[in-house]
Design a protein around this ligand. Structure first.
Ligand SMILES: Cc1cc2nc3c(=O)[nH]c(=O)nc-3n(C[C@H](O)[C@H](O)[C@H](O)COP(=O)(O)OP(=O)(O)OC[C@H]3O[C@@H](n4cnc5c(N)ncnc54)[C@H](O)[C@@H]3O)c2cc1C
Length: 323
């Protein structure tokens, strides 16, 4: 397994439970920093079969989400959660029971039907769970699964200690022409995550920089919540879901961000990473097909609002090809 994030840890957990010999390679030492708002759905907890009471770190539940769409606010009653990725990912990986070695993977070769990694590790099955820059993708899938620039996101975010007063999650869509949204996600134990994300190619075509949108968000947080953002944000890029095939070549699989599986309406990536990791494990253990059936491409259910959000972000890029 290359990558010990949610996709890798979820696959490792299922493989270990089936008695497989599993090794997870990750370039980082855990707990590691991961840029992410850390919003998770109840489905994520259900897929991982985690009882909230068994999770040992900070965990906050929202009773409503506030969608601000170019001004008007819609408060949607729901149950959603927030975690800190720093804690969540390390716990998931440990919980998987798999052996983990800190190693930055560079070179992958097919040798006698096995995969040889950096001349040091050898395996029969290889799961790529290394995020956007996954070396499994780079080595084995680049030609058969090219990326569509129009599905690439650009993001900036900051997570910091904050004595927040408003414990709900807020999402502001399309403000100042952003082809995406900005967010305010409170976390347990006095943390707050704020950020902006949009479709990179559309920003580029308009000659805009995501940093301008960050400045708008920082001003709004000051105005609306009296919060001064303490420092500079960090950026990361990942892909929303496109045509998605083939995610398997021989005994090599792509999961999560390495496969570009974030939802097209809210750019949610944790749930799809976990499900795709579990599906890869299922395919290995049962000699079954690796499919994305049940790996959602739409956080809002795929109805009219989902489709409108998707269209407004991507203007239909790759439409008709996704499953
Ligand atoms: C700013 C931002 C906010 C987001 N907010 C949300 C949110 O609120 N909710 C949500 O559902 N999704 C969110 N996402 C998306 C979500 O973070 C990702 O989709 C999710 O982390 C994908 O999981 P993964 O396991 O595929 O990859 P990752 O979590 O990226 O894990 C990949 C792992 O591979 C390792 N790796 C990379 N290269 C190598 C190498 N060469 N050798 C060995 N190891 C390697 C990395 O160290 C990393 O640990 C957000 C993303 C960003 C950037």
């Amino acid at each position: 397994m290359v990558g010990g994030g949610p996709a890798g840890a979820a696959a490792a957990q299922r493989l270990k439970a089936a008695g497989a010999d599993v090794l997870v390679l990750d370039k980082e030492r855990f707990p590691r920093h991961k840029l992410c708002a850390g919003w998770i759905t109840p489905q994520v907890m259900a897929d991982l079969q985690i009882e909230v009471s068994a999770y040992p770190h900070g965990f906050l539940s929202f009773r409503r989400l506030h969608f601000h769409i170019r001004g008007p606010r819609i408060a949607v009653p729901c149950v959603q959660h927030s975690i800190r990725r720093f804690e969540f990912d390390a716990w998931l990986l440990e919980h998987s029971g798999a052996e983990y070695v800190q190693h930055a993977v560079r070179d992958i070769r097919v040798v006698g039907g096995d995969y040889e990694i950096d001349g040091r590790f050898r395996c029969r099955y290889l799961i790529g769970a290394g995020g956007t820059s996954c070396p499994v993708r780079r080595s084995l899938f680049v030609e058969t699964l090219p990326r569509t620039r129009d599905l690439q996101t650009a993001t900036l975010e900051l997570e910091f200690p904050c004595d927040w007063r408003d414990g709900d999650c807020h999402l502001w869509f399309f403000e100042h022409g952003l082809p995406g949204y900005s967010w305010y996600v409170p976390k347990a134990e006095g943390w707050l995550n704020v950020g902006v994300g949009g479709m990179a190619s559309r920003l580029k075509r308009r000659g805009e920089n995501i940093r301008e949108h960050w400045s708008h968000l920082a001003a709004k947080l000051q105005r609306q919540f009296g919060i001064t953002v303490p420092g500079h944000p960090e950026g990361y890029s990942y892909y929303v879901r496109g045509s998605g095939e083939p995610m398997r070549i021989g005994n090599a699989f792509l999961t999560g961000d390495s496969a570009g599986l974030a939802t097209r309406d809210l750019c949610e990536g944790i749930g799809p990473a976990i499900r795709s990791g579990q599906h890869a494990a299922h395919a290995i253990v049962n000699g079954a097909q690796f499919t994305l059936d049940g790996v959602t491409g739409a956080s809002l259910g795929g109805g009219l609002i989902s489709r409108w959000m998707d269209w407004a972000f991507t203007r239909g890029a790759g439409m008709g090809t996704r499953s």
